[in-house]
Ligand binder design. Structure first.
Ligand SMILES: Cc1cc2nc3c(=O)[nH]c(=O)nc-3n(C[C@H](O)[C@H](O)[C@H](O)COP(=O)(O)O)c2cc1C
Length: 183
């Protein structure tokens, strides 16, 4: 097990969100591979507009967590082919902490396409934030059938792709963490 710190960011605050169950399973899997992780729940950081001076008191904690991270996993539902606004507001509350760190995506959808479109949009946002998006991504379609009530994937292939994505994240984080420290 590595000593990399890879938090999992749950990117929707929607009441009744099904992405929460997916994020719990992803968090467990990240914990098994990396040991150090924690859930960053966008619902804990309500931001009503970009750049407000009266931002949530706990925003410093968000900045500390993403600053200490060696990489990120984003669990995100697709809303009208894009990402939830609350996720973008939270990502935009920081800039420097993300640079030269890998990010992997898990998209969640009640439809057939599994949120593939939101991941493609987030790759552009991640690049603007100077993250390094890894290529393998997990697309959870028909989420009501894809996840059990106790938060496990019903299909082994989803766990296989999740493992592939985390392996790639591990490779980049293992390479980039010492490289950032040396530069
Ligand atoms: C505002 C809104 C827009 C949505 N747009 C899409 C969409 O573009 N594509 C899609 O597959 N599902 C879409 N959905 C359905 C989500 O896939 C569904 O809610 C799923 O459970 C994941 O989101 P959740 O974590 O909010 O539950 C949308 C849901 C909402 C609330």
């Amino acid at each position: 097990m590595s000593d990399l710190f890879i938090p999992v960011l749950l990117g929707t605050a929607r009441p009744g969100r099904q992405s929460e169950l997916v994020a719990a399973h992803v968090l467990d899997t990240v914990k098994q591979r990396f040991g150090q992780t924690e859930l960053i729940d966008v619902a804990d950081f309500p931001i009503s507009a970009t750049g407000l001076t009266e931002s949530p008191e706990n925003l410093d904690r968000y900045r500390e967590t993403v600053g200490a991270a060696d990489g990120y996993v984003l669990v995100v539902p697709e809303y009208n082919h894009g990402y939830p606004g609350e996720l973008k507001l939270l990502l935009d509350a920081e800039y420097h902490a993300y640079g030269r760190k890998p990010v992997g995506f898990v998209s969640v959808s009640s439809g057939m396409i599994g949120g593939a479109r939101v991941v493609e949009q987030l790759r552009l946002v991640a690049a603007a934030l100077r993250m390094v998006p890894v290529s393998p991504a997990v697309h959870v379609s028909n989420v009501a059938e894809a996840v059990t009530a106790d938060g496990r994937f019903t299909s082994a292939s989803l766990d296989e792709v999740l493992a592939e994505m985390l392996a790639e994240l591990d490779w980049f984080a293992s390479a980039l963490t010492p490289a950032r420290a040396a530069s």
